[in-house]
Design a protein around this ligand. Sequence first.
Ligand code: SF4
Ligand code: SF4
Length: 252
Amino acid sequence: MKPRFILISLTSCTGCISTLMSLDIFPQFLERTRIIYFPFISDAKDIKECEIALVEGCVSEETQIILLRKVRRHAKKVFALGTCACFGGILSLSNSKIAEPLSNYIEVDGIIPGCPPPSKLFGNSVIRLVENKDITLSEKNMCANCPIWEKMEINFQINITKINPNPEEISLNEENSECFLKKGILCLGPITRDGCEHKCIKMGLPCEGCMGPVSKDFTSNVINFLSLIELSQELKDYTGIFYRFSKPKMKR
Ligand code: SF4
Ligand code: SF4
């Protein structure tokens, strides 16, 4: 029997679902599953029993909590799709909006992180779900397989003064690059989960942490990491470092 799927979006840019629909495996995904509810491509109005629910976006409104709990009641397994659903996501930068991960409200059976999730990881994960297998994520950090790791030479005494290189300094050839931390540019690779194939780093930009933490809460990891390095006063005041993809979980 084909596994039944529900795909829904909460507060999102729809980048994760759009990425899913652009994957090579998407036609195969449609062929091998029974879609119960997927407002992007189907008129079906009712959320019914299913094997798997993929939920994109963060929780930022009361009505979404009701919807989410309804999905949880009807799905055998629920997976958080993308950084917004996994950790809160980019809306965490807002001072006025709430951006909470699904796990603050329901039990989540697994996550597919990334903003949006990287194609290879995304495609493999979706096919594994179709085949009733678990999703496997790397347990290493970004530095472990970084193309410029060999030149890292950890020196936490270097003063970090920038969050991005100047445009004229961006080098596309990682062979000629050196670790961003060594150049005084903040790279969150040491505390970020591997799995994105270092796309930003290969494009000459440091890791901002969209894959989320290898362990523990994202913000506490950032705070621990930043306490080890020398940060310029300007960066110390820049809250975007801490809340770019998540806020600490509030006690209720
Ligand atoms: S994780 Fe990124 S791509 Fe996906 S919905 Fe959120 S902001 Fe958009
Ligand atoms: S800090 Fe960044 S650039 Fe340096 S090795 Fe780690 S991931 Fe690569």
